[in-house]
Design a protein around this ligand. Structure first.
Ligand code: HEM
Length: 263
């Protein structure tokens, strides 16, 4: 199937599934109040992913704290309750993530399954090592030494502009390309990486204008915690796929040495 058709089909499926899920949630009146969403450090047995946001949500109990057997429905409700991400956006990413599942069920995943390289996980991450570099490879755990190279690029004051975020991402990809003899980012990886930048800009910024609060972004990456204490509030407005696509266009439009073009 041509990639554009596959994307449209996946998007349509996500939309239908999200509608059905919303209906089930309404009918069953699932009331989530009373759940404990305090931040708790994961135990060594808990599973965590290469995604700072999913890890933060597990640390807050919006996703199973043990990171095991996470269903698509739980991803949808967890991301909606915590940051108001639209169900179809979660389903879109979640369906891709499920391809890495090792749970024995096609409908659930363990968070660490998401470290499977080439499904969503890719080289050139802002805060993780590449899959093969440096050995022994750990492409899943927050790597302070990688993040330390990115911090000066993002830290331009109280907020991060789209331009700064785009340049930091490109610089990190260029550095990984230079350092890692087995560096490999296919087009889909580059797109995933751009979307990840859009996600943090949208969740911690102002609509599709960027201006993500630096302190909040830092807390997410460094502590895998939602920055409620620092003033972050769940957006009243749903964060949509369309927001991400608008941001993606803006991120890709930032001029400069472009790693995508060199593919
Ligand atoms: C179902 C939803 C989601 C799935 C399945 C998912 C999965 C992933 C995976 C597998 C990665 C690793 C990519 C890499 O190699 O760097 C990743 C990275 C990332 N994700 Fe998520 N994610 C989801 C939602 C979100 C949301 C809502 C945010 C909002 C802030 C987010 C922010 C990020 C960021 C910033 C990175 C880049 C980390 C880095 O470069 O070091 N993700 N995600």
């Amino acid at each position: 199937m041509a990639p554009a058709i596959a994307l449209k089909t996946l998007s349509l499926f996500s939309h239908i599934f999200a509608g059905a899920l919303r209906l089930v949630q309404t009918i069953t009146c699932r009331n989530k109040t009373g759940e404990d969403h305090s931040w708790q450090k994961p135990s060594p047995e808990d599973r965590r992913s290469p995604c700072p946001m999913l890890n933060a949500l597990a640390n807050h109990g919006y996703l199973p704290r043990d990171g095991k057997d996470v269903s698509l429905a739980r991803l949808v409700s967890g991301l909606q309750e915590s940051i108001n991400l639209a169900p179809d956006a979660t389903i879109f990413a979640g369906l891709i993530g499920l391809k890495a599942s090792t749970t024995g069920s096609a409908f659930t995943l363990h968070l660490d399954d998401l470290a499977k390289h080439g499904v969503i996980e890719h080289d050139g991450s802002l805060s993780r090592h590449d899959v093969h570099f440096p050995p022994p490879a750990d492409n899943k755990t927050f790597a302070p030494e990688i993040w330390a190279t990115v911090v000066p690029l993002l830290n331009e004051g109280e907020t991060i502009s789209i331009e700064t975020a785009a340049r930091a991402r490109r610089a990190r990809i260029a550095a990984a390309r230079e350092a890692d003899p087995k560096f490999d980012m296919a087009k889909a990886d580059l797109r995933a990486s751009a979307i990840e930048t859009c996600l943090y800009l949208r969740v911690f910024g102002e609509g599709t204008e960027g201006r993500a609060r630096w302190e909040w972004v830092r807390v997410l990456f460094e502590q895998e915690r939602l920055p409620f204490e620092e003033g972050f509030k769940r957006s009243d407005k749903m964060l949509t796929i369309s927001d991400m696509l608008t941001l993606e266009e803006k991120v890709n439009a930032v001029p400069g040495e472009d790693s995508e073009e060199s593919e």
